[in-house]
Structure formats: structure tokens, C-alpha cells
Design a protein around this ligand. Sequence first.
Ligand SMILES: *Cc1c(COP(=O)(O)O)cnc(C)c1O
Length: 355
Amino acid sequence: MKFTVGPVEMYEETLKLRGEQIPYFRTSEFGEMMFRTDGRLKELIGCEKEGQIVYLTASGTGAMESVVINCFDERDKVLVVNGGSFGARFSSLCGIHRINHEEIKVPFEKDLEENMLTAYENAGYTALLVNINETSLGKLYDINLLSQFCKRNNMYLIVDAIGSLFMDEIDMKKTGIDGLIFSSQKALSLAPGMSYVALSKKLLEERVYDIETKCMYLDFKDHIKNFERGQTPFTPAVGICYELSNMVDRLYEKGIEKIVNEKRELASGFRRKVKDYGFAIPEYRLSNALTPVLFKDHAYDVYVELKDRYNLIVNPSGGEYANRMLRIGHMGNLKPSDYEELLEKMIGLYKEYDR
Ligand SMILES: *Cc1c(COP(=O)(O)O)cnc(C)c1O
């Protein structure tokens, strides 16, 4: 069983679809399926009707890169929230593609607060890039704070919600998000291989349609043109398109509020228990997608033993937190009783080391 941040435990319906033949896709039936999925998906994420979702066969990083090359050019001065490895990735991407950028560094134990933004007010920035859940830490930045900052500074707001969408509340219209990035292998609980970028009308008109993208595969204009028929320019991960369609129907029936509430309860239930057992969790604002659990030591050993002895997979942490923090995921097909087992085994192993 996986308590990971992607790929995650899949649902039976998805597994069943994965066992079937992959249909041919240059058909009107495929196009119709994509249109239906697109309409429902737009409602779920609060994307305006005049907006567009681009369907990419790429991992999340491919979608992050596609946003940098399709939405920005030498006119822009971009602010990147860097509070962990995914923030650093946005920054590297801007560097590689020569987009003028500056980083707001957020220290480990801190939340992103109003005063960290003060220096960047009225300073000519045109966009803000943020991984709303910095998944390397499970830290959830305050979308309302960032939304207001972008509005009063007339900046585009680009949100990598790969580790957050369908786990935390996100709505493009409500918070003025111009670009929203998400992926198949996270909360959608599908196979890895596709990522999606939802774009606001404003960003489309003011940037995307205007920029000459120096990449054929990731050119949004080509994707948008092809989607007039419900198609993609190149062969997509067709199987995942079917998985997506099925999942979006199920999410749509449930409704976004219920989806997020269930996950919030799953996460908070686990957090109460893990604290009862004497573990600490960081003080910063947490995403419902995962819980970082702090260890005095031996976190990595516990991770290895959980995997090797019990086939229970959690996420270790990188760098200086390798031995001090495990990340326990809440995305995918997991229920409260799965966590009982995990906790019991985790405590047992920890005691073996903590003698
Ligand atoms: C998982 C994740 C990504 C995507 O990484 P890939 O390995 O390229 O799919 C990007 N950003 C965040 C915040 C993530 O959680």
C-alpha cells in the first residue's frame, strides 16, 4: 500500500480501465469524450468558459516548463516563491529560458506572510509563480494573500497545484488564477504521464496567443487549435485520457466541496493520531495532501523498513531532513483504517531504533 505523493493508490474503476485495449483516438467519439471531460473539469476547478485547458502528455515538470515558455518573454519580470525543491525548479526553469526573475525564499519553519511580499510591491513584476502546496514539505501557501498581492500589483498568478488540486480548496475564478497546473498521478489518482494547464482568458489574450513559442511539442497555440476538435496535436497518453474522463465524471458527481472535505478529514484524523503517539508535525500551514512527520532521528531507516518488511510505502525527505522527516500522503484510494496499520508499524519500527 502506498501513502505516497504520486503515483498514488488507484481506484478500482481506474484499474479496470487500465486493463482494456487502448482505442484509436483520431475519431469524433474521442473528441466528444474530451469535450465532455473538459467542460466538467472546468467547472471543478473554476475555470471560466472562455479559458482553455491544455492537455499535455508530460510529467508535471513538463507542464511547469510549458507555462514558462508559452506565457512569458522578455517583457516579463517574474517573482518565484521558493520554499523548497519545487519552488527551486520554477526558478531554474526561468533561468534556462532566460526569463527575468527573482525569488522569495521561505524558510523551512515559516509560512509565507504579508511582510515577505512588501519589498516586491509596485516593483514592476508582471507575474508570480508558486507551487501552492510545496510538496517537498507539505506546506500550503495562503492563496488569498497571493491573490490579493497579484491583483493590486496587476500581476498574472500562476499556480502549480500539482500537489494540491482536489485536496485543498482551489478555484481559478475566485482567486484570480491565470494559469493552473495539475497532473494525472497526484490526487486524480491516475497513471503518471499527463499534465494539464488551465489558462485564463486574460493570460491567453495578453500573452499566449502573442508569444512565439520555441518548442513544437509544448506549443499551447497548437494544442488549443487542435482542441477545437477535442484533439491534441500529437498522440496523447490515450489510456490516461480515458482514465481522466472516468475520474472527472466521478468527481463531478461528488462535487468539489465533498471531495475536499473528505480529504481534510482523512488528513486531520491521521494528524490527531500521530500526535497522540508522540510524534511532532511542523507548525506551518499544511496541505491536506500529505502530513510531514518529524523524527528525532532514523526517519530514513524507518522508511526503508516500512517498505521492505511490510510493503508500506511513504515518502522520505531530501537533504537535511532525510533523517528527520517522513511525508505521509493522503491522495488516492486510502481510508482511515489504512492509517491504523501504518501507524502501528511505524511506531514499532521507531521503537526498535529509539532504544
Ligand atoms: C509532483 C509535483 C510536481 C511534478 O513532478 P513530476 O515528477 O515532473 O511529475 C511538480 N510540482 C509539484 C508541487 C509536485 O507536487
